[in-house]
Design a binder for this molecule. Structure first.
Ligand code: AMP
Ligand code: TRP
Length: 337
């Protein structure tokens, strides 16, 4: 039996934060033992909003290095850069031509991001979910581990595969595309902002104090946690809707200290903020320390990183090209020789 296939990716825009790690990347690391795993840096997605060309290549490499530093093992999975495999853009075009416009106009992330862009909304921003569908469908992915915010995009990818490609161009016995499922693990699926427990931690929040990035030095982590929003009540608890910040910080502590929800809830039930915050800072610094050390090593050894990315690209390209050929054929294009 072949192992189930996993594909996921993160954009190389700005430094990855605790939400990206706990909501997405950390889950990839566990999956590579049991699944055939592909993870890419989705740099084509990064230009759907205005970007700085001088920064793109460096951010892309740094993000790939973070995947490895977080524990992705190139011997057991494929780590690659989306734009290096032309099949992503090509399948995106083929899918564009069968995807109804109003499916895209409904996407929550598009609506949110387009408000921020004002008059400058690119066609690419609207098309973002179709490119994401191409990323996923090219690898016949069975599972796509993402944070909760990506669920709607996953449903779109499923609908495109099932209703717009398989139903029209395939047969029941011979579907053209594999229909993927989201994998959203509860713990860490939604890490909230440090300055507002009701909005998610995000790369695009203008306030840097709202997030902890995986590359923040220890002093900065401590400072951000010290300034994190709290409430006047003593004692920490989960799931009190009146205390979203408390829930978020305690959740982070439970995960980052490695002790889990019950033990963390018991330890902090009567604790004041002045005692809790240094504990959380210490747990965060300790959890990120090995990641930062490995990231530094990889960034100082460009040859090693190049070699890993090249190996990842070759493995990914074989799979992607085979799927693309299948779709081309089903749509009536003649084979490429
Ligand atoms: P993005 O930062 O939007 O490129 O997201 C990259 C990945 O991290 C996706 O799988 C997201 O679902 C996940 N993610 C982003 N922000 C958070 C968050 N605050 N909590 C949990 N997961 C997140
Ligand atoms: N849209 C995803 C996000 O913001 C990133 C992404 C692009 C992705 N392509 C993907 C995630 C394919 C999973 C699979 O998080």
């Amino acid at each position: 039996m072949p192992r189930p296939r996993v594909l996921s990716g993160v954009q190389p825009t700005g430094a990855l934060h605790l939400g990206n790690w706990l909501g997405a990347i950390r889950n990839w690391v566990d999956l590579q033992d049991t699944h055939d795993t592909f993870v890419c840096v989705v740099d084509l997605h990064a230009i759907t909003v205005p970007h700085d060309p001088a920064q793109l290549a460096g951010d892309t490499r740094s993000t790939a290095a973070l995947y490895l530093a977080c524990g992705m093992d190139p011997e057991r999975c494929s780590v690659f850069i989306q734009s290096q495999i032309a099949a992503h853009s090509e399948l995106c075009w083929l899918l564009n031509c069968v995807t109804p416009l109003n499916w895209l106009e409904r996407m929550i992330q598009f609506k949110e991001k387009s408000v921020k862009q004002g008059d400058n909304v690119s066609v690419g921003l609207l098309d973002y979910p179709v490119l994401m569908a191409a990323d996923i469908l090219l690898y016949d992915a069975d599972l796509v581990p993402v944070g909760e915010d990506q669920k709607q995009h996953l449903e779109l990818a499923r609908d495109i595969a099932q209703q717009r490609i398989n139903a029209r161009f395939g047969s029941e016995e011979l579907p053209v595309l594999n229909v993927p499922k989201p994998l959203i693990l509860k713990e860490g699926a939604r890490v909230m902002s440090l300055t507002d427990g009701r909005s998610k931690m995000s790369k695009s929040d203008p306030n840097e104090g709202s997030r902890i990035t995986l590359l923040d030095p220890p002093e900065l982590i401590t400072k951000k946690i010290k300034r994190a929003k709290t409430d006047p009540q003593m004692g920490l608890e989960f799931d009190n809707p009146e205390r979203p910040e408390t829930h978020n910080l305690l959740s982070l502590y439970a995960i980052l200290s490695g002790q889990g929800r019950e033990a963390a809830a018991a330890e902090c039930a009567e604790m004041g903020w002045g005692t809790f915050k240094p504990l959380l800072a210490e747990a965060t610094v300790a959890a990120l320390e090995p990641i930062q050390a490995r990231h530094r090593e990889l960034m100082n050894d460009p040859a090693e990183l190049d070699q890993v990315l090249d190996q990842g690209r070759q493995k990914a390209e074989n799979v992607a090209n085979a799927t693309l050929e299948r779709v081309r054929k089903s749509l009536g294009f003649s084979p490429r020789h």
